[in-house]
Unconditional design. Structure first.
Length: 225
């Protein structure tokens, strides 16, 4: 989804922090500096939509909030095999590093290993510099880091489910922006083909059917006019 990261290949968390007017206080005994960092997830936009002039679109935290709610509605055939509270936690953590990395998209020319390095650097900073001095914070930080890494590895059923929810949330937003702005966002449809679990494939198919009906109706109206 361009972002705020410098193009310098030696990108570091500290290089971004040095540009902030109010960087979080490090090594505090309070979690408040960490809470302030999370505000950046509320204000940083998902970048993929900006190429279509959607400048007041969703933030990263908007995206993660709906994802966390969506995990609560896992189909019964999946729900019995999932740790759903864990999935909700993963949905709320998986993009946390974007608070400083930004929302990197394919057009940013940052390859996957470099993106992963930057995100790991931020998560290490959160765990050690922001939560390391908080009573109980190092354990909480390590748990956040563990959940983040589980999502990245995408090996557990929970991680695969949350990856699918991530794609589903994008598909929902795609058609919602198409309806609201009368845009053709078909370049995002391929995401449906990357959904892994059969139950979520059904959800994706429903959204694509909605989209097909939307464009058929739009074409019919144009022909009448």
């Amino acid at each position: 989804m361009g972002s705020e990261q410098p193009s310098n290949p030696l990108w570091t968390t500290q290089s971004v922090l040095s540009t902030l007017p109010h960087p979080p206080e490090e090594n505090s005994a309070s979690p408040v500096p960490f809470f302030h960092l999370l505000e950046r997830l509320k204000t940083t936009k998902r970048e993929g939509w900006r190429r279509f002039s959607i400048t007041a679109g969703e933030s990263i935290s908007d995206h993660m909030y709906r994802m966390s709610v969506m995990t609560m509605f896992a189909p019964p055939s999946l729900a019995g095999r999932l740790n759903l509270p864990h999935c909700m936690k993963m949905a709320l953590i998986h993009d946390m590093a974007e608070s400083l990395v930004g929302d990197i998209t394919p057009v940013d020319n940052v390859d996957k290993p470099e993106k992963a390095r930057r995100e790991a650097d931020v998560m290490d900073y959160i765990t050690k510099n922001l939560l390391g001095g908080v009573p109980g914070g190092i354990l909480t930080g390590q748990e956040i880091l563990k959940v983040f890494q589980e999502y990245e590895d995408n090996e557990t059923l929970e991680a695969q489910f949350v990856h699918d929810i991530d794609k589903m949330e994008l598909l929902l937003q795609m058609i919602e922006y198409e309806r609201a702005h009368e845009l053709d966002l078909s370049e995002f449809c391929h995401v449906a083909g990357r959904v892994q679990l059969p139950e979520i494939k059904e959800w994706a198919a429903t959204v694509l059917q909605e989209r097909e009906a939307l464009w058929k109706n739009k074409t019919a109206k144009e022909l009448k006019s």
